[in-house]
Design a protein around this ligand. Structure first.
Ligand code: AMP
Ligand code: MG
Length: 403
C-alpha cells in the first residue's frame, strides 16, 4: 500500500502530465488574493529608484562624520522631496525614512546617535560607508521579472504587483471542483433526517476546503448507493476539472463508487493509502477529469482532502503544489496506536511557553466532527510507531483554516 507521501507524489506526477490547458481571466490586484498568476510581471523601473534612507537621521559624508565630529546641518529632506543639490563637504542634512539621499552623501546616521544644538550636530559613534542606505537599483533591476507565471498571489506578491503598477493581472481561472456525496442515508442540510438518516455535512466541509485551496466548488448534491444514480451524477461531475466524492469506497456491499468509475473507463492511480483515517482513498482519471473517491466518515474526508486534493488543485490551477506545512511540537500525553498505518489524530497545538506543545484530544473516531472543532491540527503518528511517550517531539499537520 502507498504511503501518504508516495500517494501525494503520484498525484503531482499524474496531474502535471495530464492537466488541461490553462484558461486565463483578468483580475484586479485588489481581488486576486489566492489566485495564480498566468503572465510575467516586469519591473517598470529600478527599485529603489533612488538611494533611499532607511532611518530618520542625518545624511553625511562618511569621512566628515567620525566619532565626535561636529557638522553644520544645512537643511532637511522629507520622503517624497525632490532632491537636486549635492551635500557640501563638512555639512550634513536632516533626512527622514524613505527620503532620497543627496549626491555626495554616503551614509545616514540614526538620530538616536547624534546630539543637536541649533544647527550643529555632534556624531557620537563611528560612521560606516553606506550605512542605513539602500542603493538605487539594489532591490530590483528595471525591465527584469518581478513575478513569474505560476506565482501564487499572496499579500507579498500583490504588493510587488502594486509597486510596479500592475493594477490588472492575468490569472489562471480557478479549477472547478465538482463535489458529490454518496449514501442512501444522506439527506440535504435543509431537510429533517429520520432517526436513521444523517445530514450531508461532507458536501459543506468539502466546499469550504475547495474554496480554501483556491478552487471553485460545483455542488452536485448526493447520489444514492445505486449504479444508475451514481453513474449519471458522476458523469455530470466529469464536466469539471476535478471530481471529489465522499463515501462509497470501502468494502461494503453498497460501496459502488469504484465499480461505477471503472465502468466509465477510469484509470486508477491508487485505491488505498496506508493512513488512518482515510485508508480507502481512491485517485484516478476519467476522460479529462481527475477523480477522488474519499471515504465518507467526515474526518476521513477532511484529512484526505487536505493530504491529496489540495496538491491536485494546485497543479491543475497552474501553480506548484504547496508542501505539507508540518510543524514540530512536544507531545503532552502518551499515545498508543496500532502500527502499520500513519495515523492523523486530532490535536490542539499551543504555544504558551517557549516551545510548541500539542495535546491529543478525546474523540470517538473519524465520525466525530464535534471533536474536530476543538482541534487545530492533526498529530501525525508514523506507521512504525506503537507508543509515543509524552515529552517526545511529534509532527503535526495544521488544519488549513485555523493555523
Ligand atoms: P462510507 O464511506 O460511505 O462507508 O461512509 C462512512 C460513514 O460516513 C457512514 O457513517 C456515513 O453515514 C458517513 N457519511 C457518509 N457520507 C456522509 C456525508 N455526506 N455527510 C456526513 N456523513 C457522511
Ligand atoms: Mg456510504
Amino acid at each position: 500500500m502507498l504511503t501518504y507521501q508516495d500517494a501525494r507524489k503520484r498525484i503531482v506526477v499524474e496531474t502535471s502530465q495530464n492537466r488541461r490547458t490553462l484558461v486565463t481571466v483578468e483580475k484586479s490586484v485588489w481581488e486576486a488574493l489566492g489566485d495564480t498568476l498566468a503572465q510575467e510581471i516586469r519591473n517598470d523601473r529600478e527599485y529603489p529608484p533612488f538611494d533611499r534612507s532607511t532611518r530618520d537621521g542625518y545624511a553625511v559624508r562618511t569621512a566628515d562624520a567620525s566619532e565626535g565630529a561636529v557638522l553644520k546641518c544645512v537643511g532637511e529632506i522629507k520622503a517624497g522631496d525632490t532632491v537636486t543639490n549635492a551635500l557640501a563637504v563638512g555639512t550634513c542634512v536632516q533626512i527622514m525614512t524613505g527620503a532620497a539621499v543627496p549626491d555626495g552623501a554616503d551614509a545616514v546616521v540614526m538620530i538616536e546617535f547624534t546630539q543637536r544644538d541649533g544647527d550643529k550636530v555632534t556624531f557620537q559613534r563611528p560612521t560606516l560607508a553606506w550605512q542605513n542606505i539602500v542603493k538605487r537599483g539594489s532591490e530590483a533591476v528595471g525591465g527584469e521579472s518581478a513575478l513569474r507565471p505560476g506565482s501564487r498571489l499572496g499579500f507579498a506578491e500583490l504588493a510587488v504587483a502594486a509597486q510596479v503598477g500592475a493594477a490588472k493581472l492575468v490569472c489562471a481561472k480557478r479549477p472547478r471542483v465538482a463535489i458529490l456525496s454518496t449514501g442512501d442515508e444522506i439527506v440535504d442540510v435543509k431537510e429533517k433526517p429520520s432517526r436513521f438518516q444523517i445530514r450531508n455535512s461532507n458536501s459543506v466541509s468539502l466546499a469550504a476546503q475547495v474554496r480554501l485551496a483556491g478552487a471553485e466548488p460545483v455542488l452536485l448534491g448526493n447520489a444514492l448507493d445505486q449504479v444508475e444514480d451514481l453513474s449519471s451524477k458522476i458523469q455530470r461531475g466529469l464536466r469539471e476539472d476535478i471530481l471529489v466524492m465522499s463515501g462509497g469506497v470501502s468494502m461494503g456491499k453498497y460501496d459502488l463508487v469504484e465499480t461505477v468509475l471503472k465502468s466509465l473507463g477510469t484509470e486508477f492511480y491508487f485505491d488505498a493509502v496506508a493512513i488512518r483515517p482515510g485508508k480507502p482513498a481512491v485517485f484516478g482519471r476519467c476522460r479529462e477529469t481527475f477523480v477522488f473517491g474519499l471515504p465518507g466518515n467526515p474526518v476521513s474526508t477532511m484529512v484526505t482532502f487536505q493530504l491529496f486534493v489540495v496538491p491536485a488543485i494546485d497543479v491543475v490551477g497552474g501553480t506548484r503544489p504547496r508542501p505539507l506545512p508540518l510543524l514540530e511540537a512536544t507531545l503532552c500525553k502518551t499515545l498508543h496506536e496500532k502500527p502499520g498505518l500513519t495515523h492523523f489524530l486530532p490535536g490542539r497545538f499551543e504555544l504558551t511557553g517557549i516551545s510548541p506543545e500539542v495535546h491529543p484530544l478525546n474523540w470517538q473516531g473519524s465520525g466525530d466532527i464535534g471533536a474536530l472543532t476543538q482541534a487545530n491540527c492533526f498529530i501525525v503518528v508514523p506507521a512504525d510507531r506503537h507508543d509515543i511517550p509524552a515529552g517526545e517531539k511529534v509532527s503535526v499537520l495544521p488544519r488549513l483554516d485555523v493555523i
